[in-house]
Design a protein around this ligand. Structure first.
Ligand code: TYD
Length: 216
């Protein structure tokens, strides 16, 4: 029998360190015999990757930014995420719509009612339900610590170069999203050692039955 598709998204401010854990999880699911699609937003298709490049590097107003990330998301859902879930695969997505509420809504201060409207259009499914991740891991990290980590990182993009207050707003907007839908979120304390973070990621997925508990 074909397994049920699982849609997992990963969120957090820049510098929260989610990438290495996504890679490790991808291997863990494969070891369980699951087919895995590892992808990211904005991005994941040829069109969406072009839009990513524009969003991360070209100056634009917040509505333009919101429209472009949702346009990228629409293509990504239609071309990659929905087909993978229909085939029973595990989709590991580095950021999804919570990032739009956090960055465009919280960081840029853009009207979240407009974002919510775009969300219902872009994520609408044929049965009229709205596609959401089955579980979202929020890598929660004090924006001061994230800023220190980023200071030593690569050339910053349009978001990474924002001041601390921007990331405080992003962080608070993530916290609001968690409050609004606590069932969907698992909060991962990202200031712990890599090994501890890895354990809490595994635990969050094991508790929900997506991975075995014995490998903790
Ligand atoms: P990120 O996922 O951190 O990738 P990398 O690790 O390669 O830098 O970068 C994506 C950036 O895009 C991040 O700063 C958040 C931003 N973003 C938005 O502003 N809105 C969105 O809807 C999404 C998905 C991302």
């Amino acid at each position: 029998m074909q397994p049920t598709g699982v849609f997992i998204s990963f969120e957090g401010i820049d510098g929260a360190g989610k990438s290495s854990h996504i890679q490790a999880l991808s291997e863990a699911f494969r070891q369980q015999g699951r087919e895995v699609v590892q992808t990211r937003e904005p991005g994941g298709t040829a069109l969406a990757e072009k839009l990513r490049d524009i969003v991360l590097h070209d100056a634009m107003d917040p509505l333009c930014e919101a429209l472009l990330v949702f346009a990228a998301r629409r293509d990504h859902l239609l071309q990659v995420i929905e087909p993978a879930l229909a085939k029973g695969q595990v989709v590991l997505c580095d950021r999804f719509t919570d990032a739009t509420f956090a960055y465009q809504g919280g960081g840029r201060g853009f009207d979240t009612r407009v974002l919510a409207q775009l969300e219902t259009w872009v994520q609408a499914r044929p049965d009229k339900s709205i596609r959401q991740p089955d579980i979202t891991l929020w890598f929660s990290l004090d924006p001061h610590i994230a800023a220190q980590r980023l200071a030593t990182a690569r050339v910053p993009d349009r978001f990474e170069s924002q001041p601390l207050v921007f990331f405080e707003q992003v962080h608070n907007a993530y916290a609001d999203r968690v409050k609004a839908d606590p069932e969907r979120f698992a909060i991962i304390a990202a200031d712990a050692t890599i090994d501890k973070v890895r354990q809490s990621v595994w635990q969050a997925l094991a508790q929900r039955g997506y991975l075995p508990t014995n490998a903790l």
